[in-house]
Design a protein around this ligand. Structure first.
Ligand SMILES: Nc1nc2c(ncn2[C@@H]2O[C@H](COP(=O)(O)OP(=O)(O)OP(=O)(O)O)[C@@H](O)[C@H]2O)c(=O)[nH]1
Ligand SMILES: [Mg+2]
Length: 463
């Protein structure tokens, strides 16, 4: 090649023409992985289509649709066809379109896709990388299920596809296309395509640079979005069992190209472009994520003078920048700390002063109170003493009275008797003076007895 270059003809078979075989063998031994994300509203036939595409039954339980937000549910299956192993991951958007406010419905999908890119980037940035055995979970194809309304795309569909188009290969499909008539379907497809173009939504285009598949791929690009029908039910048509959906008015055959685009989808997604989808994911979408992320982290390929920037230089520049920022922050924090300490000290001093004042006030109050109480106590003591004295005097008086009480009674008794005696005596005197008869010498005389005599008689008989 080029001028002066020497052509070296081979004299015989060397063997490097077996390189493709070596590559194939290695890849077959290692196995492949493919990750599909199904985005679409509840009940649009996502699970049925996956089962129909891979000719198996994936999901067991139907999912709940009463969550407050969209959740991504991922399931990985190990499939084998001939001697080729495929690790297939099917990610479902549970609850997509179920909320009244659908504003944030796309967010969890974007976050999920970014999280897979981030995990791969972290693995790449590791010192000890194990990328050959790493389970790559990056989404290779996003099947976007459009409801067969026959009108136009819903704003939820447009917003979600717009947010996803730079992160994933979007293949739009019209779900349950047996629900829409042939003429309506043609118009619907045109309408969807024009809406996608006018809103700048980039959908995946089957590659036309490989001449072996260029023709079929360019034809298929014209059939997008594919109108699909899914079913795992087998129906006997002629002498063949085919997958179909049976209705009272007829049968829709899933694999009949006159009935729907299921075969086109399977051909394009699995049989022709699976590897291109994987490659596009790595070289286009992941690359974009990686570039943005590394730029965010401060890595650049060229310096301001457009000279190549080595990783070492970038690292050191970033380190210096970081250290500078750190020092600045440290200084700021130190000053802030000193300031806060000063403020706190002032506050504490103020509080201490207030406490002292309060203490003094309370002390004075306490002293006054104590003095008052002591005075009161003194006066009470005096009162008590006086009371005791009075009590003693009273007791004394009482004793005396009690003692004196006995003789007085006697005396009074005596006096009363005397008085009574005097009264009797007086009456007696009077009586005797008036009525006593004295018998003298056989004669009875009524005589007045001299009172002295009476007194003598009475006194003699007093006791
Ligand atoms: N008419 C018609 N019905 C379909 C088609 N595909 C699936 N269905 C029916 O639609 C219903 C829902 O199908 P699923 O595959 O469970 O839908 P899904 O999107 O996985 O539902 P969720 O996981 O609950 O969101 C089932 O009754 C299917 O039989 C189709 O192509 N046409
Ligand atoms: Mg489902």
């Amino acid at each position: 090649q080029g001028e002066g270059a020497r052509a070296v003809p081979l004299a015989g078979h060397v063997g490097f023409d077996s390189m493709p075989d070596q590559l194939v063998n290695k890849s077959v031994n290692h196995g492949f992985c493919f990750n599909i994300l199904c985005v679409g509203e509840t009940g649009l036939g996502k699970s049925t289509l996956m089962d129909t595409l891979f000719n198996t039954k994936f999901e067991g339980e139907p999912t709940q649709h009463n969550q407050p937000g969209v959740q991504l549910k991922s399931n990985t299956y190990e499939l084998q066809e001939s001697n080729v192993r495929l690790k297939l991951t099917v990610v479902n958007t549970v609850g997509f379109g179920d909320q009244i406010n659908k504003e944030d419905s796309y967010k969890s999908i974007v976050e999920f896709i970014d999280a897979q890119f981030e995990a791969y980037l972290q693995e790449e940035l590791k010192i000890k990388r194990t990328l050959h055995s790493y389970h790559d979970t990056r989404i290779h194809a996003c099947l976007y299920f459009i409801a067969p309304t026959g009108h136009s795309l819903k704003s939820l569909d447009l917003v979600t596809m717009k947010k996803l188009d730079s992160k994933v290969n979007i293949i739009p499909i019209i779900a349950k296309s047996d629900a829409i008539s042939k003429s309506e379907l043609t118009k619907f497809k045109i309408k969807i395509t024009s809406e996608l173009v006018s809103n700048g939504v980039q959908i995946y285009q089957f590659p036309t640079d490989d001449e072996t598949v260029a023709e079929i791929n360019s034809t298929m690009n014209g059939h997008l979005p594919f109108a699909v029908v899914g079913s795992t039910e087998e129906v006997k048509i002629g002498n063949k069992m085919v997958k179909a959906r049976q209705y009272p008015w007829g049968t829709v055959q899933v694999e009949n190209e006159n009935h729907c685009d299921f075969v086109k989808l399977r051909e394009m997604l699995i049989r022709v472009n699976m590897e291109d989808l994987r490659e596009q994911t790595h070289t286009s979408h992941y690359e974009l994520y990686r570039r943005c992320k590394l730029e965010e982290m401060g890595f650049k390929d060229t310096d301001p003078d457009c000279k190549p920037f080595s990783l070492q230089e970038t690292y050191e520049a970033k380190r210096n920048e970081f250290m500078g920022e750190l020092q600045k922050k440290e200084e700021e924090m130190r000053q802030m700390f000193v300031q806060r300490v000063k403020e706190k000290e002032g506050e504490l001093k103020e509080a201490e002063k207030e406490l002292h004042e309060k203490f003094d006030r309370l002390k004075k109050l306490h002293q006054d109170e104590k003095k008052k109480l002591e005075d009161k106590r003194k006066s009470l003591d005096d009162e008590l003493n006086m009371f005791k004295q009075k009590k003693t005097a009273a007791e004394l008086l009482l004793n005396q009275a009690q003692q004196a009480g006995g003789s007085t009674t006697l005396k009074r008794d005596k006096e009363r008797k005397n008085m009574l005696f005097c009264v009797v005596l007086h009456k007696l005197r009077f009586h005797l003076r008036m009525k006593v008869c004295v018998r003298t010498r056989g004669c009875t005389f009524i005589r007045t007895i001299p009172s002295c005599l009476i007194d003598t008689v009475i006194n003699a008989n007093r006791s």
